[in-house]
Design a protein around this ligand. Structure first.
Ligand code: FES
Length: 106
């Protein structure tokens, strides 16, 4: 597996004070996440829960159990992989496209 990082972000607000009161910076891997069919794009951190990213983007992903068993939150990644958003996080990729299914029963 190859890892491509689109850009790095230095997060001073997520830094920690060290013994000498200098700030230790944390490097975050940022992934550009695009939601279809609405075509909404936001930046997200690797490991950030997909439901949190969708919420921040103003995109609605239906949920039910929030434990991975009901499949209400099923979405499709650009490579065709089907994942349940409630138990998935942003993977280390340059970009991520998430296709939302519309299911009128949820
Ligand atoms: S909300 Fe039930 S599987 Fe995600």
């Amino acid at each position: 597996m190859s890892l491509v990082i689109s850009h790095w972000s230095f997060a001073k607000d997520k830094g920690q004070l060290t013994n000498d009161n200098s700030i230790k910076y944390v490097i975050l891997m940022i992934v550009r996440v695009r939601f279809l069919p609405d075509d909404v794009t936001v930046d997200a951190e690797v490991g950030e829960p997909l439901l949190d990213v969708a919420d921040r983007a103003g995109v609605f992903i239906p949920t039910g159990c929030l434990m991975g068993s009901c499949h209400a939150c099923t979405v499709e990644l650009e490579d065709g992989e089907i994942v349940r958003a409630c138990i998935s996080a942003v993977p280390p990729r340059e970009e991520l496209t998430i296709n939302l299914f519309s299911d009128p029963t949820w």
